[in-house]
Design a protein around this ligand. Sequence first.
Ligand code: ADP
Length: 431
Amino acid sequence: MKRITVKLALFFIFLICISSALSFFVSTLFTHNIENEMKLNQEVIAISILGLEQKTDLSIEEIVNIIPTSMYDVRRIEDIGLMEITKEELEKIQNHEILFMSHSRFRDPTTILMLGDDYIQISLHPHNTIFKIVASRVWFSLFLYVVIGALLIILLAKRVVKPILKLTSATQEVAKGNFDIQVENKSYDEIGQLTKNFNKMTRELKNIEYLRKDFITNVSHEFKTPIASIQGFAKLLQKGNLSEEEKQEYTNIIVEETARLSNLSSNILKLSKLENQEKVEKKIAFSLDEQIRKSILLLEHQWSKKNIEFDIELDKVQYQGDEELLQQVWMNLLGNAIKFSNSNSIIDIRLNQTATTVKVKITDHGIGMSEKTMVRIFEKFYQGDKAHSYEGSGLGLSLVKRILDLCGGNVYVESKLNEGSTFTVKLPLQY
Ligand code: ADP
């Protein structure tokens, strides 16, 4: 991942390097050149002064008045002792050498020479400092540097801020309830990551919204059918003129439908409670094989009607967990195995323990499932095509899945249409 901080840091380091290098060149190169240029200029002036002195009868005052240019001032030094010059330098001047002095970068260059018994100083006019000369020469390049730099920074800032602006307007759309929005993303830096996560979030929100709407539709649908049937039979009973047998039949239907409604609402409540639960709360040690046997007994009413037999092989397993929740798992899986089994068939139940897990396998020889059904059976309210003729609401396996999620376990299915199904539950011994 290329970090935006690294990008910005590199960019600014690059800018600083360029600007420092430029300033360095400007200050050294130019000042050095200017100094040389001044030395030459002052030397020419000094030679002209000496030439005038030798070839003409002009007095020193006259020469000093003729020579000055717009840039340089020529003066007679009243007291050489007041000048900041060394003994060696003074000796050189007295030996008729032209002395150029520029001891520091901030001191204006000066040339001193001897004319007769007088000392002459050639220096910049007081209003003409070296700084002013450099500034007058480089101001345009500096100005260009600032303008170009500013333009580049503005362009870069726009580039950096553009995706943030896009994200801002996208979040406003989400706030209005539009979850279809996706922000185009090509970068891999932090903003790219943020955009990617934002897109993921809107997709999730869309799914949740869809599930919520779907859930409401399913719940209403599941409640509507038994209520309509109760209403219909209650009206028939209200009208009277019915035989005892008819009365008995209609009241039985009403009782069954109310039981179905009560079962449905208690399953919805259980599922919603489990979905809000983060972990298993009540952990106690109990015998898992005992629990499975007890569940089979509790379902006797259903399997005896279909003359179903059981082939049971259960290891002795001591398990620590929520007894009530796990009982629900076996009741639902065994209930389905019995419900979808053919009459006079066998249901195999196996319980095996390894060092870290327990495995429970429930195999029936019933209607089985198509591939299409298999992938959807753990969805809320889903019932397979063939299952509609059986009693049920499509919540049983959703509950099983949720309970096993909470226990750190999982459940999977193998099935063949018209041959039967095997549900395997894996539970960790420690979670
Ligand atoms: P319900 O049993 O109330 O319909 P479930 O959530 O328990 O709901 O099961 C969902 C669907 O999975 C069933 O409608 C059925 O199509 C399929 N199914 C579950 N268990 C079996 C099984 N043992 N044999 C065949 N199909 C099954």
